[in-house]
Design a protein around this ligand. Structure first.
Ligand SMILES: *[C@@H]1O[C@H](CO)[C@@H](O)[C@H](O)[C@H]1NC(C)=O
Ligand SMILES: *[C@@H]1O[C@H](CO)[C@@H](O)[C@H](O)[C@H]1NC(C)=O
Length: 165
């Protein structure tokens, strides 16, 4: 009985020490792998955007819209937020294109009891793969003069087409 009462304070000190060590190891969230600033993808390939985070306790990761900070959810068949922090855009049919999903600025956001951090802005843009025609308008020029020839490219692909000559 006498020895037992002697042991209690020691056990108490030991458990306090253990608790203190655990508290010391805790840390706020850190984004380990920043997603790219621009993600362009085609409707036939889709895209996965990764955001890996570190922290103790393990941070939860959500994706938010950069303009108003609201958390986004799944859009069946078009957008999925995975629990490991990956934002997934599966391949989709042309008629399922949704501007607020496929042309949007996102950020990933990691939270644990010690704080919240977010990634840089990720500009996502999906393009629907389709055939397009470029044309060169006819220009009439007097022999010997310089001609300005315009290359007409449909607006939905213009950002992705490079005119070389
Ligand atoms: C998250 O999970 C998905 C599907 O299981 C996988 O494709 C992706 O690579 C994972 N992300 C990371 C960062 O490991
Ligand atoms: C992407 O769009 C093109 C053009 O409409 C279509 O032919 C193709 O099948 C689509 N891809 C998928 C995975 O649906």
């Amino acid at each position: 009985m006498g020895t037992n009462t002697m042991l209690w304070p020691i056990l108490l000190i030991l458990s306090l020490l253990a608790l203190q060590t655990a508290v010391c190891e805790e840390s706020g969230p850190v984004i380990v792998e920043e997603p790219d600033n621009r993600v362009d993808f085609s409707n036939s390939t889709g895209a996965n955007i990764h955001c890996s985070v570190r922290g103790h306790p393990k941070p939860t990761v959500v994706w938010v819209k950069a303009d108003d900070g609201t958390a986004i959810g799944d859009v069946p068949g078009l957008r999925k937020v995975l629990s490991n922090g990956t934002l997934m855009f599966p391949p989709f049919r042309a008629e399922d294109y949704r501007q607020e999903v496929h042309a949007q600025v996102y950020r990933c956001q990691a939270t644990n009891p010690h704080g919240t951090v977010h990634s840089r802005d990720v500009h996502v843009r999906a393009v629907v793969q389709q055939f397009y025609k470029t044309s060169v308008g006819e220009e009439y020029v007097i022999k010997g003069n310089a001609a300005l020839i315009k290359c007409n490219i449909p607006s939905f692909v213009a950002d992705f087409v490079k005119v070389t000559s």
